[in-house]
Design a binder for this molecule. Structure first.
Ligand code: FUB
Ligand code: ZN
Length: 655
């Protein structure tokens, strides 16, 4: 199957040939977002909100409230005007364009396309004759460019490439892709074997170069990404200000990537590094990278991940601290780090074919990452703590504004995480109402999925076949159904469940085999076949390993993939005075958090209150309501807790 796509410009790209040629080292090829139509009750409204509210906010902040677009205009004029903002601000423009690209593809929003085109013209106009592009150095002195690895020139370049690839995929327009290629060619001419050494100060370019390789077919971009990885751990001195006084390897540059086994330093840098590493390994087949990544992944998931799938507990380095050091109220948990967990875990699933990576991805996506965006779509969390005394609020924007456009690009590209394929084996990784099609060996298979996930575990797939053909469909069996909240035993369910998934084909229950965490059915598919996959959902109480000191004598609640919290808004203004004994019974109740229809959990629980005399303490039984963690702090600043005390000593009446 080699489709030659001829673009308007006469630019030839051998799309399918390339993709097929490159996938030798992966077990599952994710279906690109652009091939998936989303019509899901949970995700579609969120995508629409990002396409309107979130991106409107990004556009307003980018071109009106801050100087990000003005910087490009000034760089294009070349009159030495003053740079506005921070040296990495260009990256936010690119990430917003990437999100616009996904939104344009999904919603056909013409105004967004016009805006993106306008920005791309300005970006192109500011590119230097030799391909260099970075408004900070163009405006502050080109003589200083490429002298400081920490200054994010490569990070901004990487985000430009990602935006260019997404925009090209979404619209077929290649102006930004050409700009990116010229920039990458400039980088390639400057750095590499026999040229100058370089280590990315904030990883991102590695994964972007692999995307550029996949889009253009030019192998030198892959080689460049591989070379950048090989340069790490050679003492080039990046992030050196952090090494001694913070005691961690801030930029994951103390050891060569292949020798790394511990997660260290800045969380977003780490996630982008290992995503890029997995991408390179997928195309080169370098097993040493895969072995190292598994070691590091275990260190993240077995010892350093929150129950929300968030990572990076420490604010001082925006990253990891000691193993098992996961404070709740002081948790940093940057939104971008959860977005990075989604990226990396998808790559690991693709490389290994194992569902457990998707389990982690799902946890980070529905909880740690989604919490970063308000239900209104135009307010953001930078950090995502698991407890609050009511002193947190969602913000319109940040000085360092990496998170808003990052969550925007993740939500609009969620279609890219649902399905996978390897020859005649189809994988359903996330349960989202959507449609896509697969080229099988002899036929075309179309799948239309309907579901009310994440609130109920019913997933129904209608199959259309161009002709009959044997193939397998593998449904992920979520770890939470299998008594494994997270691989590695960092968390466990208080009570074991014997619930099991069931599959019906054309109304008849059938046996399936289990492979790598998937429920697999194989048959000759016929047009009109229907598969119903059912994953029972129960309210589960979660305990943390003893070493997670902050969670001792506490439990958390989860149902399906959703982690819950109690918030003052639903509980008489408090969330810290509630006791949740291990025997407490929670019922489910439909509930609205603003306009978000959710399933809440309710239980009569002991609540401590100060009596009318101001001195006595009353122990009352009150109906306590827990809501999905991702919906908290949408009704003003409120106290909140994910981990509820199960012993009186951990209760606070006043906070
Ligand atoms: O340095 C660029 C971005 O700003 C990082 O990814 C975030 O952690 C924030 O520091
Ligand atoms: Zn961020």
């Amino acid at each position: 199957m080699s489709t030659i796509r001829i673009l308007k410009t006469g630019y030839l790209i051998l799309f399918s040939t390339l993709v097929n040629a490159q996938q030798a080292n992966v077990h599952i090829n994710p279906v690109n977002f652009s091939k998936v139509i989303i019509n899901d009750d949970f995700w579609k409204p969120k995508i629409d909100k990002v396409a309107t509210k979130t991106l409107d906010a990004c556009i307003y902040q980018t071109e009106v409230k801050t100087g990000r677009i003005r910087n490009f205009e000034k760089a294009a004029r070349g009159k030495g005007e003053q740079h506005e903002g921070i040296f990495y601000d260009d990256s936010d423009v690119y990430k917003a364009i990437e999100a616009m690209a996904y939104a344009i593809k999904l919603t056909g929003n013409k105004a967004l396309e016009q805006k993106a085109d306008e920005w791309i013209d300005k970006i192109a106009a500011s590119q230097q004759a030799d391909g260099y592009l970075n408004t900070y150095y163009v405006l502050t002195g080109l003589d200083k460019r490429w002298t400081d690895m920490d200054k994010h020139e490569d990070y901004c370049g990487g985000h430009m490439i990602e935006a260019a690839v997404a925009y090209f995929d979404a619209t077929g327009k290649k102006k930004l892709l050409d700009v990116s290629k010229r920039w990458a060619d400039h980088f390639d001419a400057t750095f590499g074997p026999g040229k100058r050494n370089w280590v990315t100060g904030h990883q991102e370019l590695e994964l972007a170069l692999v995307k550029l390789y996949k889009t253009t077919g030019e192998k030198r971009y892959l080689r460049l990404a591989d070379w950048l990885l090989s340069e790490r751990g050679k003492n080039h001195g990046i992030g050196s200000q952090w090494k001694n006084n913070k005691g961690t390897d801030y930029s994951q540059d103390l050891l060569p990537v292949k020798e790394q086994s511990e997660i260290t330093g800045h969380a977003v840098r780490a996630m982008y590094l290992y995503t890029g590493t997995a991408d390179v390994a997928a195309h080169t087949g370098d097993q040493d990278y895969l072995i190292a990544m598994r070691r590091v992944w275990e260190d993240v998931v077995f010892r350093n991940m929150y129950i929300t799938g968030a990572i990076g507990s420490a604010g001082r380095n925006e990253g990891f601290s000691k193993d098992f050091d996961l404070p709740n109220e002081q948790a940093y948990c940057e939104t971008c780090a959860s977005v990075g967990m989604v990226f990396w875990n998808q790559r690991m699933n693709s490389l290994t074919g194992k569902a457990e990576y998707m389990d982690v991805l799902e946890r980070s996506l529905y909880n740690g990452a989604l919490d970063g965006l308000s239900l209104s779509g135009d307010r953001f969390f930078y950090g995502n703590p698991l407890a609050s005394q009511g002193n947190h609020s969602r913000r319109e924007w940040f000085g360092t504004a990496c998170c808003p456009s990052n969550i925007a690009r993740l939500i609009t590209s969620v279609g890219g995480y649902i399905y996978g394929q390897e020859s005649n084996n189809i994988f359903i990784n996330l349960f989202v109402g959507s449609e896509t099609s697969f080229e099988l060996a002899k036929s075309n298979m179309k799948i239309r999925t309907t579901t009310t996930y994440p609130w109920q575990g019913n997933v129904s797939c209608n199959i259309s076949m161009s002709k009959k053909e044997k193939a397998s469909i593998a449904f992920r069996i979520p770890g939470w159904l299998r008594n494994t909240p997270a691989p590695g035993g960092l968390y466990s369910f208080l009570n074991k469940s014997t619930a099991a998934p069931t599959i019906l084909v054309n109304g008849k229950k059938i046996a399936f085999k289990e492979e790598n965490g998937y429920a697999v059915i194989e048959k000759e598919w016929e047009d009109g076949d229907k598969v119903e996959y059912h994953i029972p959902m129960e309210v589960r109480k979660i305990l943390a390993r003893r070493e997670l000191f902050y969670d001792n004598e506490r439990l958390a609640l989860q149902r399906g993939p959703i982690v819950y919290c109690v918030e003052g808004a639903d509980n008489n203004g408090n969330a810290w005075n509630i006791l949740s004994p291990s025997t407490a019974k929670f019922e489910i109740e439909n509930f609205n958090v603003l306009d978000e229809k959710v399933i809440s959990l309710v239980s009569p629980l002991p609540v401590l209150e100060i009596g009318a005399d101001g001195q006595s303490i009353k122990n009352v039984n009150a109906k306590v309501r827990a809501i999905p963690y991702y919906t908290w702090c949408n009704r003003g600043s409120n106290p909140m807790q994910v981990w509820l005390p199960s012993a009186y000593k951990d209760i606070k009446i006043n906070y």
